[in-house]
Design a protein around this ligand. Structure first.
Ligand SMILES: Cc1cc2nc3c(=O)[nH]c(=O)nc-3n(C[C@H](O)[C@H](O)[C@H](O)COP(=O)(O)OP(=O)(O)OC[C@H]3O[C@@H](n4cnc5c(N)ncnc54)[C@H](O)[C@@H]3O)c2cc1C
Ligand code: SF4
Ligand code: SF4
Length: 492
């Protein structure tokens, strides 16, 4: 996996030096390849057939080429047929593969060091409750096998100018300080002294400053934190690397890329639970959000997959899950985030599988378990240790023993409660990741920040609305089709 992955990424990077145009380069490469195949077909025919037949075959090949150009070639005003996909999560990966497998050139930009997005950080994912990286690995194989698809990690869009059929996009690529010769041996991680917060685990633990983004990373290449450059650690790393794959001479690179259409697949981030002051997030390590719960349950998470109290590492006996933490609230996210009811049902199941005598209380307004997932909801309801309490807790106190205490009123019997728990999980919603970031001008977005299609720029996945993985991939396929129509110029 490592060699191919690194190759894919490096090819894209080396074809895009500062000031060059990888979008155009990719498009030109694609056209040349089509002509070569046609030339070869005509040549073979000539060797085996009479001159008259060979001429007829060559003429037929020309007709096919002309027909192909007529069908797939750009209409007037389309300057580039390359599609730029921004964001390498499941939606961006899906859109990029669909477009490339249809025969169009694609550049897939990802701001982080590896593809996969937030799905890679889930423990298991519904509906099948399988490991998320199984499905992703099949997609990585399709990327490796497709020469029309260029992946560029550590890359972000700085600005977009132009219009459908003719965008000029400024991109910045940050260094990893490793080269494509990195073989993933991990020697650098063994010798580096510096520790940094583990981003993959949402900062719940620390990791070495020379790291593989995660065990299934694509590309499988180590990254060195910029804080190591120029320190004593840097020299140790260079000495330890058996492949000579460390290069502290790398710098930020900026370049321009031409594209006929852009797919925004920039995804989401968890709503910032610190804004929910009444829930005391940040005041106790035992109050976490739902993405942290995924990491807590994961074998490569901060506690090796054991759901323990973050404050003292002890077993959890009583867990509360608070629904709609920030969602369906005009002061925070006014919309329903769609997946957090299902995520909490999953979290209740995680706890019950690990701790046979643990109790889980789910505080909810109403439970939204749609389609096939209603069966999963019914299954969870059968467990008598999982209670559904209709109430939105008013606030969380920290008890004298350090445990979080949920305070509020039950909606049905109007009973007032003050209930202590070992662990409280806030089911925070999904916010578009472009919110609050320096998103380039010229992207149409709705009142919540989700991307709205405009004829040349399209949304895929959660960049366009709160979706689960199945809906994200469906929307990505739709975006792929719209992007192809945009670079093709529509039917006439
Ligand atoms: C707690 C929780 C549990 C969940 N569990 C499940 C589940 O079990 N099953 C399920 O189907 N769904 C689940 N989901 C939903 C699932 O995570 C989303 O459907 C999925 O992540 C959507 O993928 P995406 O590609 O749209 O976005 P993301 O996964 O967010 O990927 C976006 C990618 O774009 C990159 N990016 C962002 N901005 C830029 C930029 N400016 N430039 C370049 N790159 C950028 C990011 O680094 C990221 O790699 C869960 C969600 C939560 C909150
Ligand atoms: S020591 Fe070198 S080859 Fe090995 S993982 Fe680190 S950078 Fe890659
Ligand atoms: S999915 Fe459930 S928890 Fe999430 S916002 Fe909607 S109702 Fe609330």
């Amino acid at each position: 996996m490592g060699g191919g992955a690194a190759g894919t990424e490096s090819d894209a990077q080396t074809s895009a030096p500062a000031g060059a145009d990888p979008g155009q380069a990719a498009a030109e490469g694609g056209k040349a390849a089509v002509s070569d195949e046609q030339g070869e077909a005509a040549g073979q025919a000539g060797a085996e057939e009479s001159p008259a037949k060979a001429a007829a075959t060559a003429a037929a090949a020309k007709t096919v080429a002309a027909k192909r150009k007529e069908i797939f070639g750009p209409r007037k005003g389309i300057k580039s047929q390359t599609v730029l996909v921004v964001g390498g999560g499941i939606a961006g990966i899906t859109a990029a593969i669909e477009i490339a497998e249809t025969g169009f050139d694609v550049v897939l930009l990802e701001q982080g060091p590896a593809l996969g997005g937030r799905v890679t950080r889930l423990n298991l994912y519904f509906p099948k409750m399988c490991h998320p990286n199984c499905g992703l690995e099949i997609n990585y194989q399709r990327i490796r096998n497709n020469r029309r698809l260029k992946v560029m990690t550590m890359s972000q869009v700085l600005s977009v100018a132009g219009k459908a059929g003719d965008y000029k996009v400024k991109v910045r690529t940050r260094p990893t300080y490793t080269t494509r010769d990195c073989n993933g041996c991990g020697e650098c991680a063994k010798v580096v002294k510096k520790k940094i917060p583990n981003r993959y685990n949402y900062g719940m633990d620390k990791m070495a400053a020379a790291y593989l983004p995660h065990e299934h990373a694509f590309p499988m290449r180590y990254v060195i934190d910029p804080g190591v450059k120029g320190t004593a650690d840097a020299k140790k790393l260079e000495k330890a690397c058996p492949a000579g794959a460390i290069d502290f001479g790398q710098e930020d690179e900026e370049f321009e890329l031409n594209a006929g259409a852009i797919v925004w697949a920039t995804g989401w981030r968890p709503y910032d639970a610190r804004k929910l002051e009444v829930y005391s997030y940040g005041h106790s390590p035992d109050i976490i959000n739902n993405v942290e719960m995924e990491r807590l349950a994961s074998h490569d998470g901060p506690s090796g997959g054991k759901i323990l109290r973050p404050s003292n590492g002890k077993e959890v006996k009583k867990v509360a899950l608070i629904q709609c933490a920030g969602s369906r609230d005009i002061n925070h996210l006014p919309y329903c985030s769609m997946i957090c009811c299902l995520a909490s049902l999953k979290h209740a199941a995680y706890v019950r599988e690990q701790h046979g005598d643990a109790e889980v209380d789910i505080y909810y307004i109403d439970i939204r378990a749609h389609d096939k997932m209603s069966q999963f909801y019914e299954r969870v309801r059968q467990d008598e240790k999982i209670k559904f309490i209709k109430s939105k807790p008013g606030h969380i106190d920290i008890g004298e023993d350090g445990r979080p205490v949920l305070c509020g009123e039950r909606t049905i019997d109007r009973e007032i409660y003050a209930e202590p728990y070992d662990l409280v999980v806030l089911a925070t919603g999904m916010e578009p990741s472009l919110n609050g970031s320096s998103a380039p001008d010229g992207i149409s977005r709705d009142e919540y920040g989700f991307v709205v299609d405009d004829g040349g720029q399209f949304s895929a996945g959660v960049a366009g609305g709160p979706f689960d993985v199945a809906l994200s991939t469906q929307s990505a396929t739709a975006a792929a089709l719209k992007a192809i129509q945009a670079v093709r110029g529509g039917v006439s």
